[in-house]
Every structure is written in C-alpha cells, then in structure tokens.
Design a protein around this ligand. Structure first.
Ligand code: ASP
Ligand code: MG
Length: 477
C-alpha cells in the first residue's frame, strides 16, 4: 500500500496579521489558499497586536495595588475580540460559543490580576499565566474565522504540544517530550483533514503549568512545531515584505532581500533587526526545514527565503557581499584600562563574570593587543550597575593603580554590516571604513562577528542614522 504523499506547511501569523477584523479575515484567506496547495497545514498565531503588552501591564500595575489599568484593558481588549468575532464569524452558534470562551478567559484574566494585587507581587509564574491569555484568546477567534471561510479548523493550546522546563518567561523546550506530545496532539487532526490553529508563545512544564518562551516567541513556537512534526516548510507571516536591507524608517531606499542565509539572519536578529525571534533559526536549520518570511498584507509578494548557502554571498568581487545594515541604539562602551593589566591573566574572566552577575548581556567586545585595555558595549541603562560591579571586583587593582580607570562613554550605537563573506572578502572592510571616513564619522570600537558574517562598529549616537545610510549605499550601488 502506498501512502498519500503529503507535504506539511506550518504558517505563523504575527500580532498585526490577526490584529483587526480585516487582518484576521485576510489570514483566514491565506490559510484557505495554502490548504489547496499543501497536504497538511498547521497554523500558529500570536495574540492580537498589543494584547500581551496590555495584559502584562495590567498585572504589573495590579502588583502595585492599581487595578485601574486592568479595568481599562478588560474593556478595550474584550471589545476588540468581540468586534472581530461579530464581523468575521458567520455561524451564530459558533460565534456564541467563541464569545462564551472569550468571556471565560477574560474572567481568568481579572481573577489573576486581582490575586496578584492581593499578594502585592507578580511572580514570573503568575506573569506567564497572564501573558498566555493573549494567544489562548486569539486561537479561538482565528480557528472560528477559518471555519467561516470554509476551512475545517480546530484551535489547540500548545500547552498540549510544547513541553518546557520551568524557566518562566523564557522557558526552554524539551524537544523529545515535545515531539511526542506534538505528534500525538496534531497528527490525528491533520489526518482528519483539519487545520490545527495553535497558540504561539506558550508551553507547559511536564506538570502542566503554563510557561512562555520569551517575548516575541511565537516565531520560535512555529519553528519548534515545524521541527518536531516535522514540516517541510515554515512560513512566518508578518506586516512587512520580508527581511530588508535596513530599517526603512532610517533608510528610505531600503529594499526586501529575496534571499538570506540562516547565519545572516541570526546575526541580524542579534543586532537589532526585529524580523524573527532569534531562537527561531536553530530548530529549522537542524531539522533541514525551509523558512520563509512573508507579508499578510501583500501575500503575492514572494517575501524572503532563508537559505543555507547564499548564491552571491562570499563572491570575491565584494559587490553583493553586504546584505544589510543595522543599528542598535542606546548602548554605552565600558573601558577598563591600566598598565598593570599587561600580561595579568584573569582580568577578562573577572570582568565578564562581574558583568554577568548584573544580568547584563554584552553585544560587543574588543581588547587591545597590548592588553592595556578591554572595551565592551552594554545597554545604556545597565551602565551604573555594571560600573558598580566592576569597581567592586577590581577594588584592589584600582587602589594599587594596576587598573587606572573603569569608565563609560555617553550613549553610542552599534552599527552592524551583515553579509556572508563580509570579513573575508578583502575589499569589504576597506569599503566600509572608507565610506565612514568620507562622511566624517569616527569609529570608537570595532568587532568582527564571531563568524564570517558581520562587522560591527561603535559610533557616537548622533552619527548612527548617517552611518547606516552611508553603509547602505554600498549595497544598492
Ligand atoms: N504575544 C507574544 C508577545 O507579544 C508572543 C509573540 O507575539 O510572538 O511577546
Ligand atoms: Mg513577532
């Protein structure tokens, strides 16, 4: 007996893709279309835009005894869900059922926030219970709207699929347990020709306690489900045409990249381009699954395809090597300097242990080969904390003048040029620094990405937009 060959597509819709009645109808049409082309379609959705923020905001205010935000959020968010339901769910019985379920979830929202206000404290576990409600609401709506568009669909809470540890607010999936749970939950639906509409963002511990995968984690959910099913392709539906060469608000002639490598997108996500949750790439690469980013509001646009190796990348002519330019703003550079540091082992280890103890992550590090200084970037608002931690750990060296000073710059920006071969294509670094020189920008620090995919430069914040635009010229030229 031969089995019907069926290709599986996982499609994830972001918050704006389901944020209004029109958007949700459009998402349902996209699902309907995909259903005609793919044997199996699994849908993953975010909460409707703004829902997670509003709910978490209510919870943090509740912890301070302020329930006003809760009242306003309950009213406005409930109204938005009801509006979509009224406009897009045609069957009155189904609409009534969805309204009832939505009301139940809003009742839990109120209960949770009031409990938080009584305790005067919102634990990470409680915050995850609150944050999970956004997706638990949106799946019910989207599944019903798909039904109304003639697609057999069923909402699924991913607490039944994604098994995680108990690191609330940033939970890590157990892939073996998740494989078993996901297949057991989704395969029967797929075999029955039903499109599961699954909550992004959330999972559960083996005991069944709700967790979340970190803010913006619905992309990651789609990648996890795609990897464990396994799917053939994962498509991320968002509100832009794909991955762009730069932030179009900063660079008016930025354009969509038809193709980008996994390594490049990982670098972009890390260096501030909010295209994909950074954890999304790994599960799909490891499972050998295709990934595509496309626009719900422009569905015929091909979007951006993620590829393993770039056709042009690494080409020796240096022409198409640079793919994108990003800026991370509001950073500060910390410098530790002193002649007594020369040849002393352990300064770097102690430095970064002290930084880590403050919970600060470091996007960029450089060290002079003379070993007389170490310099690294941190988010500006962590600077006071980090300086205090360093003053403490190096108290003796500072008193003995082995370390002369530990200091922070004013706000700076990290400009990153991303593209496979950026570093190893000889002309490219030259072009970059020449270009910055031409516009009179002084580079305060430089770091190469740990792979051959990026070069980062630290510049004064006043120069960041000019620098990004100037370097972007190297792409479009
Ligand atoms: N709703 C979640 C958030 O706002 C997850 C997501 O949208 O990806 O963080
Ligand atoms: Mg997102």
């Amino acid at each position: 007996m031969t089995e019907r060959s069926t290709q599986t597509l996982v499609m994830k819709f972001g918050g704006t893709s389901v944020g209004t009645s029109e958007a949700m109808a459009q998402a349902a049409e996209i699902v309907k279309q995909a259903r005609t082309e793919w044997g199996n379609v699994v849908v993953v959705t975010s909460a409707i835009s703004g829902a997670t923020n509003a709910m978490l905001d209510s919870a943090t205010h509740a912890a301070r005894g302020d329930l006003q935000v809760l009242l306003e959020t309950e009213r406005s968010l409930f109204a938005r869900h009801q509006e979509i339901s009224a406009a897009q769910i045609s069957d009155p019985a189904l609409r009534a059922r969805v309204t009832q379920e939505i009301s139940g979830l809003f009742a839990s929202f109120g209960d949770l926030c009031r409990a938080i206000s009584v305790l005067g404290e919102a634990s990470p576990r409680a915050l995850d219970a609150v944050a999970s409600l956004g997706e638990r609401l949106s799946v019910r709506l989207l599944a019903a709207v798909c039904q109304s568009h003639g697609v057999a669909s069923q909402f699924v809470e991913s607490t039944a699929c994604v098994v995680t540890n108990n690191s609330f607010q940033n939970a890590h999936p157990d892939f073996d347990a998740t494989t078993l749970a996901t297949r057991a939950t989704l395969k029967p639906l797929l075999n029955a020709g039903i499109v599961p509409v699954v909550t992004g963002f959330i999972g559960a511990t083996p005991e069944g306690v709700v967790t979340t995968l970190g803010r913006g984690g619905s992309d990651y959910s789609a990648a996890i489900l795609g990897a464990v099913l396994p799917a053939d392709d994962v498509w991320i539906w968002t509100d832009v045409d794909g991955v762009m060469t730069a932030d179009p608000r900063m660079v008016p002639n930025a354009r969509t990249l038809p193709e980008i490598t996994y390594a490049e997108i990982a670098e972009l996500a890390y260096y501030g381009a909010k295209v994909l949750h950074p954890k999304t790439v790994r599960p799909v690469v490891e499972a050998g699954i295709g990934l595509r980013i496309c626009n719900t509001f422009n569905p015929t646009h091909p979007g951006t395809r993620l590829v393993t190796n770039n056709k042009n990348g690494g080409a020796p002519n240096g022409d198409k090597v640079i793919k994108a330019v990003t800026a991370i703003r509001k950073q500060r550079l910390i410098t530790i300097e002193g002649r007594g540091m020369l040849g002393v082992p352990g300064v770097a280890a102690r430095t970064f242990a002290a930084v880590a103890s403050t919970g600060t992550s470091v996007p960029l590090i450089t060290q002079a080969s003379s070993e007389q200084s170490i310099c690294f970037a941190i988010p500006g608002d962590s600077a006071d904390l980090v300086l205090a931690a360093l003053a403490k750990v190096f108290a003796i060296e500072l008193a003995d003048h082995d370390i002369d000073q530990v200091w922070a710059t004013e706000d700076v920006s990290i400009i990153t040029v991303v593209g496979s071969g950026t570093r190893n294509t000889p002309v490219v670094p030259g072009q970059i620094f020449t270009r910055l020189g031409e516009i009179g920008v002084n580079v305060l620090a430089i770091a190469h990405g740990s792979s051959d995919v990026s070069i980062s430069m630290v510049v004064e914040s006043v120069h960041d937009a000019d620098s990004v635009r100037a370097l972007h010229d190297l792409i479009v030229k």
